[in-house]
Design a protein around this ligand. Sequence first.
Ligand code: PEP
Ligand code: MG
Length: 325
Amino acid sequence: AQERYASLRNLPAQARCGTVIALHMNAGLMADLPSLEGSGAEGVGLFRTELQFLLRTKVPRREELAALYARVMDAAHGRRVVFRTLDIGSDKVLPYMKPQDEPNPAMGWRAIRVGLEKPGVLRMQLQALIRAAAGRPLSVMFPFVAQMEEYTAARDHLMHTLDQEARMGRVLPEKVEVGAMLETPSLAFAPRSFFERCDFVSIGGNDLKQFFFAADRENERVRRRYDTLNASFLTFLGQIVDRCAETATPLTFCGEDAGRPVEAIALAAMGLRSLSMRPASIGPVKHLIRRVDLTEARAVIDAAIARGDMSTRPALMQWLVTQQQ
Ligand code: PEP
Ligand code: MG
């Protein structure tokens, strides 16, 4: 099977209907970068920056982070790397952070909420990213944005840091792209101006699903209560696709579901044109995309929804079996 996927490495994820889906990889360590070549990913759609903070006994130094981010960009050989700022707090407690006693950590003081209320670390990280890029393009995305104002405030920190660096005479990135992760249903209903201000939006499906269904992604007892192929969830994803299309805002999906072939087909059928996943999933996902017609997949999903099926999974699976010949 690995060989079959290797032969697909340089081929596009082009479905039978002609639609091409861009496949990117998720990463979080320098050691992940060599997979960029082997997997055939177009770039890194999500670089999680938590690990460098979790593996330390104190806040990493700015120069240390800048050097690491620069090495990540070097290893990407000009391919796009989307750096997500620190998504930490509550459950992912840093050893050097005062533990917060919160009843619902996943809905508590985490990610961009921490970054905006205690901007020291966010600013330091943004500075490290700007210095690492020096003359190269930089892509930054903010995690767990629930309101437009949070995105605007985070973006202002980035712009302010860029000004500061310019005044210090530093080489700035060639260009800067800024985006938000859509991980809470509220953000899907943000004003149009939010989508206009984003250079891109990336759906964090793992979190989005748990908040859409009010079912904890870490709690096995309730985690099974939801299905990515659930009719309501796919309908919701279709609405997010439409909102981004209104403002021509590029949209990616970077949760674990992007790496599951059947789910990836459903995401593409709902209009997603860019998926980011574990490197090992790129081959299997590409293989299946190349075998199907996404317009047909969409028709199967629409029919299941119209019938009132709770999940589109049985219908999709049944249809997929006929596509394997
Ligand atoms: C997500 O929520 O889908 C996501 C990509 O972020 P994480 O899994 O790191 O929360
Ligand atoms: Mg998330």
